[in-house]
Design a protein around this ligand. Structure first.
Ligand code: GDP
Length: 480
């Protein structure tokens, strides 16, 4: 989402880093570059002005404290990081829970902003934490909204209170009221009320939202906004703030490639924190919004904290522990373990998204965009076409076995060979690490990440002796 902003910031800092000793003039130039980058990214003018002014002032404050021979650019970078975190809302606030349940969360926003999708994501998020949320279908305007909420509620495994068919039929205020009463009677501790939007801000829309608000007295009103709509996002946010009012913001469609700067302005302009972010159509494409992590991503430092959290979620405790024990006991990492890991990685989302969280991802954008997600499915198919023995012991893979695997997985024998080669390299590397060789350079894994097989580029290079045998099984033996 913030790729172009990110690469402009990277440009500004690389110019600064090229200076050993930083002068006031360098700070002026960097601030001007940052200003330009923010404007081009569609960040609202007043936010750009106050941000660049703060960065300029604070950089000048630290300037006299910078010692010769130290990394002076880093000190300025830290100032920018801190200010950027600040405009994104500073320390994120969490949803306030009602003293006596249920906690009522009302969603407001334009049609198409992603409210219905978000309702289910939010419900799943809380359900996974042991809460007992229920959804209320008070969007009786948008065609199919009630049905859609029922469908997404079902996939989230959360009940939906939907007594009216919608499509213009039914009283949304009454549905909301009855829904709260129903939730109380069934002891649900969180109620999420989906409301109708319109294509643009209009009086009718605001009146209905206000009536629902007054009827259910929500603990939190979340304004849901599509981050792709540019400067309109700011105008809409202000209209909702003056109309129904809201306590927090949810940015949706952060997976898009629009400039997105307007979305960055909302927290600063409304004084309301961005509380959640939605990054795709799937229920799992959702997370708490952490201003410091977003700042870190925009500044090209990646978001290793989120990556590690997702890894922890995807690799369930048992399988990570089993793998660790195997590793310590000196057992080989097998293709079965590999398959388990690929499956866990798939649960974490697309490889493109995962890679995008690594430091420096901005500079690898092209490679990340071109990453062929189906390669993972193809790799899985090859492993799944192997017998348990073959997965445990690559050495048995002679020519005819490889031909059978290729046929079974719909791949070429050369693909099977390539996978086996890559995998033996990874196995070898893990042995090296176990024997005290340490991690190869550049292979630091984020905390919480179990050991993962790596492709040959990162693995220790294998010295391929020229094989005397045309038999792949013998060759494999020669390679150890
Ligand atoms: P509502 O009118 O506010 O209830 O909006 P919907 O929940 O129906 O969302 C409108 C469209 O945006 C749907 O097609 C959703 O699948 C899609 N959508 C919602 N959130 C996201 C997101 O974070 N990323 C992407 N790419 N699409 C989203």
């Amino acid at each position: 989402m913030f790729d172009s902003l990110s690469s402009k910031f990277a440009g500004a800092f690389s110019a600064l880093r090229s200076r050993g000793k930083i002068s006031e003039k360098d700070i002026d130039a960097t601030t001007a570059d940052i200003r330009q980058a923010l404007l081009e990214a569609d960040v609202a003018l007043e936010v750009v002005e106050s941000f660049t002014q703060a960065v300029h002032e604070k950089s000048l404050e630290v300037l006299p404290t910078l010692q010769p021979g130290t990394n002076q650019a880093q000190a300025i970078f830290d100032v920018v990081n801190k200010e950027l975190t600040q405009i994104l809302g500073g320390g994120a606030r969490r949803v306030r829970f009602a003293k006596s349940p249920p906690t009522v969360i009302m969603l407001a926003g334009l049609q198409g902003a992603g409210k219905t999708t978000l309702a289910a994501k939010l419900a799943k998020f809380y359900k996974d934490q042991g809460d007992t949320p229920i959804l209320i279908a008070s969007d009786l305007q948008r065609p199919n909204a009630v049905n859609q909420l029922q469908v997404v509620g079902k996939s989230a495994g959360v009940p939906v209170f939907a007594p009216e068919p919608g499509n213009g039929v039914g009283n949304p205020v009454k549905v909301a009221q009855d829904g709260i009463a129903f939730a109380k009677s069934k002891l649900h501790n969180i109620v999420i009320v989906d409301t109708a939007g319109r294509l643009g801000v209009d009086e009718e829309l605001m009146k209905e939202a206000i009536a629902i608000r007054d009827a259910v007295n929500p603990d939190e009103i979340l304004f849901v906004v599509d981050a792709m709509i540019g400067q309109d996002a700011v105008r809409t946010a202000k209209a909702f703030q003056d109309g129904v009012g809201f306590d927090g913001v949810v940015l949706t469609k952060l997976d898009g490639d629009a400039r997105g700067g307007a979305a960055l302005s909302i927290a600063a302009l409304t004084g309301r924190p961005i509380m959640f972010a939605s990054t795709g159509e799937k229920l799992s494409d959702f997370d708490i919004f952490y201003p410091e992590r977003m700042a870190s991503r925009i500044l090209g430092m990646g978001d290793v904290a989120t990556l590690a959290e997702q890894a922890k979620k995807a690799f369930d405790g048992d399988s990570a522990k089993k793998l660790e024990e195997k590793f310590i006991a000196g057992e080989d990492f097998t293709l079965d373990d590999f398959l388990e890991q690929i499956e866990a990685m798939s649960k974490m989302g697309s490889m493109g998204k995962l890679l995008g969280m690594l430091p420096g991802a901005g500079q690898m954008k092209k490679q990340i965009d071109n990453f062929d997600e189906s390669e993972i499915t193809r790799t899985k198919a090859i492993v799944q076409s192997m017998t348990p023995l073959e997965r445990r012991d690559l050495k048995v893979l002679n020519g005819s076995r490889r031909a059978r695997i290729a046929l079974g997985s719909g791949r070429k024998v050369s693909d099977v060979n390539a996978l086996v080669d890559k995998f033996s390299a990874a196995q070898k590397m893990m042995k090296q690490m176990r024997n005290g060789g340490g991690m190869p350079a550049g292979m630091a894994l984020p905390p919480g990440m179990p050991p993962m097989p790596q492709g040959p580029k990162k693995a220790a290079p294998i010295q391929k002796k020229k094989s005397k045998s045309g038999n792949p099984a013998k060759r494999a033996l020669e390679n150890g």
